[in-house]
Design a protein. Sequence first.
Length: 300
Amino acid sequence: MKKQLKELTIKDNFMFGAVMTMPENCKDFLEMVLQTKLSEVVVSKEKSMIYHPEYKGIRLDVYANDEERTHYNVEMQVSKKPALGRRSRYYQSQIDMELLVSGEEYEELPDTYVIFLCDFDPFGQKKYRYTFSSEYQECKESKLQDGRCTIFLSTHGENEDEVPKELVTFLRFVKAGLQESEQNFHDDYVEKLQRTIREIKRDREMEERFMILEEMLKDERKEGRIEGREEGRAEGARLSLCTILECKGRIPDMFRKQIETEQNLEVLRNWLVLAAKSDTMEAFLAEAESVKGRQCGQKE
């Protein structure tokens, strides 16, 4: 069932993005996670909470940078997705590429942090925080100093004695359900976030943005299901075609590659019909290209 804006907590992507695109909230969050003071944080609203076709969908990450030019990408993760490590690598690479395209030299690349806020334990070690940076395996004291750091925060940690108290309180707030999240956590930062969330829920413009985003997500999921069904049918047609043709002889490598890359379901179906009617591989190959040509011609 579709949620309404008033039912969201900070763990919902829209609310997290809306809260963290406010520079003071984002600054306090980064200071808490990194345990360092920042004089200023600039949040790129153009890259947060938008539909970005290059990334094949909705992006609700929070992009920011500070006075030292350090860049941050913060993302909420409510369900465990495969290859989180490679996902972080992709995000780090995206930041670097954008900077290089804008004219940065390699030696001028700033430090970058990718921070995943997970409502699960990503590594099963019951830690509130997992920090990764490149190091020299044969000598742990030596660091690569490539300026990259990836941090995973987990709402399912149990090592309270190893992390700051305010981080534990914040993560408990993130983990909480709707009613529990409105209780008193006796923490100034959490109280500020609660006030921000209440203001967002009263904002008619934010409600409209949320409704628009929900429609975009619904359309995206629908399109994905359609594409998935079409690709499933195409893959089934490719397998059937190869099975029939292999009974007639060896499929030439060049034509096998054509089968594997053909996206037009009608072409694949016509090849299937032709394969079933052809007595030999040679007879099939002699007609296959003309069948595809006729199909393409009809579409034009």
